[in-house]
Design a binder for this molecule. Structure first.
Ligand SMILES: *Cc1c(COP(=O)(O)O)cnc(C)c1O
Length: 354
């Protein structure tokens, strides 16, 4: 059996894979594949509508917000966000590679204040003492730092509306959406196959910038057309819907949060007790989604051997990002507890050998 810890595209619930596969063969009893049916077919619109409604229900999104599904992924939103929301000035917190990419894009649209950065310690912590300018249009942060394994576990306090890249922890905990003008995330970590972003937008936060926004980059276009201005990623939306149904049936974000905390606590406990390993992130900022660790200094030469050993025990994709080294176990919503237990057993077995 394989235990997949890929950072993304990531593990999906088996039920979601089976239902998506079924729709590839015969979508909603039409006798036509979801891959080949018109997005204007009467059977497809309910899919988008239910998916958007479930996002709202699961995250308790207030009525005056819209939910849209757009092709492009989270990286596309790095530019679409400032295009739509940055009029004069925006504040950005730099906690990792994705955060710095988002900041770089914003610079093309106005004044960008970097309120703090943890680049000085290779992004192993979340800066705490920073001041957000009260005249900023918004404060942008990356909720979970997928590469370095740090996470902002609660909605930050801010004098201005929040905007967050929640690509790797969306739907893993309750969020106070009313503090946000926009929440976005690539689908391929906690929701669906790759190729799409889910975006939650406060309706009246739009229309405040002076610039012309090209049609496809304008969120209003997609809100007005229910994510169907052009051909949307139909199969990915269908899988997202199956995932959202699964999530709701499992007990929603409160249950997801419980499971995430349990998975992460088990792994961090092992990392902290196993003589061969050390965690890389500051303890209080440790991510529940991406657990990162390296070999302890005196066992450095065993890194490759552990990777091989873990692989032989069925572990997949536990190599850390090239900028961090070591290991990373990504444990999103669908990650089975048995995979976490199997990885821990493997770490113990390897320790016993040395
Ligand atoms: C994966 C990831 C991205 C990039 O997502 P794409 O869909 O590949 O553009 C952006 N931000 C975060 C936090 C991520 O984890």
């Amino acid at each position: 059996m394989k235990h997949n810890f890929c950072a993304g595209p990531a593990v999906l619930p088996q039920e979601v894979i089976e239902k998506s596969a079924q729709a590839v063969h015969d979508f909603a009893g039409t006798g036509i594949s979801i891959l080949s049916i018109s997005h204007r077919a009467k059977e497809f619109k309910p899919i988008v509508d239910e998916a958007a409604a479930l996002v709202k229900e699961i995250l308790d999104v207030p009525d005056d917000y819209s939910v849209i599904f757009l092709a492009g992924g989270a990286s596309m939103e790095f530019c679409r966000v400032p295009y739509n929301f940055l009029n004069k000035k925006a504040a950005y917190l730099t906690t990792g590679l994705w955060a710095s990419k988002a900041l770089k894009e914003a610079k093309g649209f106005g004044e960008v204040v970097e309120v703090a950065s943890s680049a000085d310690a290779n992004y192993t912590y979340i800066p705490k003492d920073y001041v957000i300018p009260a005249d900023a249009d918004y404060f942008h942060f990356t909720a979970n730092n997928t590469i370095y394994g740090t996470e902002i576990h609660i909605d930050p306090d801010s004098p201005v509306p929040l905007i967050s890249d929640m690509s790797s922890d969306i739907f893993s905990r309750p969020v106070d959406v009313s503090k946000y003008n926009c929440i976005y995330g690539g689908a391929q970590k906690n929701l669906a196959p790759a190729g799409m972003a889910v975006i939650i937008i406060k309706n009246d936060a739009l229309g405040k910038v002076d610039r012309y926004i090209p049609t496809m980059l304008n969120y209003q276009t997609h809100i007005d057309n229910g994510s169907m201005y052009n051909t949307p990623p139909t199969f990915t939306i269908l899988s997202a819907l199956e995932s959202l149904r699964w999530l709701k049936a499992q007990g929603g974000v409160r249950e997801m949060s419980k499971r995430a905390v349990t998975r992460a606590a088990k792994l961090y406990t092992e990392i902290d007790h196993n003589k061969l390993f050390v965690g890389t992130a500051e303890v209080e900022d440790r991510s529940y989604m991406n657990i990162c660790w390296v070999m302890a200094p005196e066992y450095q030469e065993l890194e490759e051997e552990f990777l091989q050993f873990a692989q032989s025990r069925g572990m997949v994709e536990i190599k850390g990002h090239r900028t961090v080294g070591g290991f990373r176990a990504s444990c999103y919503n669908a990650q089975p507890m048995e995979s976490v237990d199997a990885l821990i057993a493997c770490m113990r077995e390897f320790e016993a050998k040395h």
